[in-house]
Design a protein around this ligand. Structure first.
Ligand code: GDP
Length: 323
């Protein structure tokens, strides 16, 4: 591995979904600035009211741009809801909330896509306008759509997640279009071994946010060929998912909601896992290097602290591999 040489200064790639992943990505950006590339899930993108909505991408853009609403946990700070009120008045579909400021991004992205720009180019431009230091890269410019298979029907992801509030039982999750979707050149470049220090899998939902990235052919192979540590940060804190349906989905898919199960899910892919100090009892049972540290990110300091711990752990793994 070339890790020691790069320790402290090489590039880092973070694989990321929405809210949970973006928290760590923000911490990593504070430490790494432009040496960070964030490869983002876009399989929960959808068309709504004639607009292209990219929930995870926008969560990352708002979070790393310092624009996110921390109380609500999603969307932009200082948001107003006149559009939604007016939409309800005229009998429009209101199950998916779009704030007025947020709406501007969807309208503009939709316009640019129709004009032939790629999702990658649009994300890069918006990131620059938001003053984001890191490179924000959707995994693909091709359509991939997460479909949740329930006992009664197949639901497009946002219908399951927002409209049905994750109530239906999940039997299976599939990623429509992933078999033909291509990684972007920018994602390939980010994972090129030269100057690469490590890859971090953010504490995003493994099934809904990270699996769709690996469903795109070539990503797994690129990671294996990169020759750097690949470190996952567990989204389980004290035996619980911090927020969202991770725990429920793991139960329904027959996977215990434990850090050990997360490690197993990423088996063969990762070189080590960062787990919460509260889950340290599970460390002994894991067949790969483990680093235990507080992983609950409640403010900027805790995001930066977890980023530093994760990077130091990855550097140690690289140094061990070099010996
Ligand atoms: P989504 O696409 O918006 O649902 O977001 P992600 O998939 O990126 O993140 C959801 C996951 O983030 C959940 O499984 C949570 O357990 C995890 N998560 C949220 N906040 C934290 C945190 O502060 N620490 C850790 N370790 N995990 C977190």
């Amino acid at each position: 591995m070339s890790g020691t040489a790069q320790s402290g200064r090489g590039r880092v790639v973070a694989l990321c979904g929405g809210v949970g992943g973006a928290k760590l990505a923000l911490g990593l950006q504070q430490v790494l600035g432009p040496r960070l590339s964030v490869v983002v899930n876009m399989a929960d993108d959808f068309e709504h009211l004639g607009l292209r909505i990219s929930p995870d991408l926008d969560t990352v853009l708002y979070t790393l741009g310092g624009l996110s609403d921390r109380q609500r946990g999603w969307g932009r700070a200082g948001e107003s809801w006149h559009f939604m009120e007016a939409l309800a008045e005229v009998g429009g579909e209101t199950w998916f909330s779009l704030g007025d400021r947020d709406l501007a991004l969807h309208v503009e992205r939709t316009r640019r896509l129709a004009a032939g720009q790629t999702l990658t180019a649009i994300a890069a431009d918006i990131a620059r306008r938001f003053g984001i230091a890191a490179q924000i890269r959707p995994v693909s410019n091709d359509d991939i759509r997460t479909i949740v298979v329930t006992p009664d029907e197949e639901l497009a992801f946002q219908r399951y997640f927002v409209e049905r509030r994750c109530e239906p039982t999940v039997r299976r999750i599939r990623f429509e279009g992933a078999d033909t979707a291509r990684l972007t050149r920018e994602v390939r470049d980010a994972l090129a071994p030269r100057d690469l220090r490590m890859v971090v899998i953010c504490p995003s939902n493994p099934f809904l946010s990270i699996d769709p990235l690996f469903a795109v052919s070539g990503l797994r192979e690129l990671l294996a060929a990169a020759g750097v540590p690949i470190v996952a940060v567990s989204p389980i804190v004290g035996g619980q998912a911090v927020k969202g349906p991770t725990r429920k989905i793991m139960d329904e898919l027959g996977v215990a909601a434990t850090t050990a199960a997360i490690a197993k899910h990423y088996e063969g892919l990762i070189s080590g896992i960062v787990i919460d100090s509260g889950d340290v009892a599970e460390a002994d049972g894991l067949a790969l290097p483990v680093h235990a540290t507080p992983t609950l990110m409640t403010d900027l300091a805790s995001k930066v602290a977890l980023a530093r711990q994760t990077l130091a752990f990855g550097d140690r793994l690289a140094a061990q591999a070099d010996r």
